[in-house]
Design a protein around this ligand. Structure first.
Ligand code: 9D3
Length: 253
């Protein structure tokens, strides 16, 4: 897998290539990173990458040409034409299915905007997808691009260490798209707060049932949309449905 990132701040990306799970995968050659600074594709003495918006208004707009030249340079280093994803508050919200698609496609070119936005003609000429992290305001697309790479890299075979992989394999709830059950570790008594008896029982079936019910209850309260998705995907058992029916009934009074 290879990501090429078009950014005015290439130094920020040491955070993904040099640290943690993504850093280790990078060191082991599981993925490659190309960094392309639009400033290196300017031709004037000031290395201008932005200008004032036609029609007036606040802020600056990124020039189309340095962005297009950076994307073309990135494409030329890839084995086949890649999708070009613009990080944009107006994009489609990124999700786990998009992370998996990126892995399946061998990565992509990620374009990070700064200032008020990028010239629309660059979008029309070069961009295949626009992606957002959600409804909050950031200063630019770099952190979203890092989030996307993190989500994709950890899906690569061999990216996770043994402990993390074992967790993914055994923890079916992660695949059902339910929220995780609560976690506890030592000490058994923390400032007067204990640990749920089920987790101390040593009874594996009882522990699994407790965790499943915690997941279902938390998802029901906080993310009913995810619960509906899991139901539609046929990921809820008879026992799950029975437990949820009890939650609904208990909520009525
Ligand atoms: C005043 C209108 N704003 C649009 C919502 C202007 C604006 C805000 C933030 C223009 C650019 C930006 C910079 N943000 C990103 O580049 C960005 C982003 C984000 O702000 N939130 C969530 N996802 C993303 S992806 C890229």
């Amino acid at each position: 897998m290879r990501f090429d990132v078009v950014t005015l701040f290439p130094d920020m990306f040491g955070a993904v290539s040099g640290q943690g799970v993504t850093g280790r995968a990078f060191k082991h050659g599981l993925w490659e990173l190309g960094l392309w600074n639009p400033r290196d594709f300017t031709h004037d003495v000031h290395r201008t990458v932005d200008d004032r918006p036609y029609g007036g208004g606040p802020g600056m707009v990124m020039l189309a040409d340095p962005l297009e030249q950076a994307v073309l340079a990135a494409q030329s280093r890839r084995p086949r034409p890649a999708s070009v994803m613009l990080m944009s508050p107006a994009g489609k919200r990124f999700d786990q299915a998009m992370a998996q698609s990126l892995v399946d496609e061998g990565g992509s070119i990620l374009v990070c905007g700064r200032y008020e936005g990028v010239d629309q003609r660059f979008i029309e000429r070069c961009v295949t997808h626009e992606v957002s992290m959600g409804d909050f305001v950031l200063s630019g697309g770099e952190i979203p691009a890092m989030a996307i790479m993190d989500a994709a890299v950890r899906l690569l075979p061999g990216a996770l260490n043994d402990a993390d992989s074992a967790r993914q394999d055994s923890f079916n709830d992660a695949l059902t798209g339910l929220l995780d059950s609560p976690h506890y570790t030592r000490p058994e008594d923390y400032k007067g707060q204990g640990v749920p008896a089920e987790l101390l029982s040593g009874h594996h079936a009882k522990i699994a049932a407790w965790r499943r019910e915690q997941s279902l209850a938390l998802t029901w309260r906080r993310r009913p949309d995810l619960l509906e998705q899991a139901r539609r995907a046929g990921l809820l058992s008879k026992a799950d449905e029975k437990f949820l029916a009890r939650l609904e009934r208990d909520a009525e009074h």
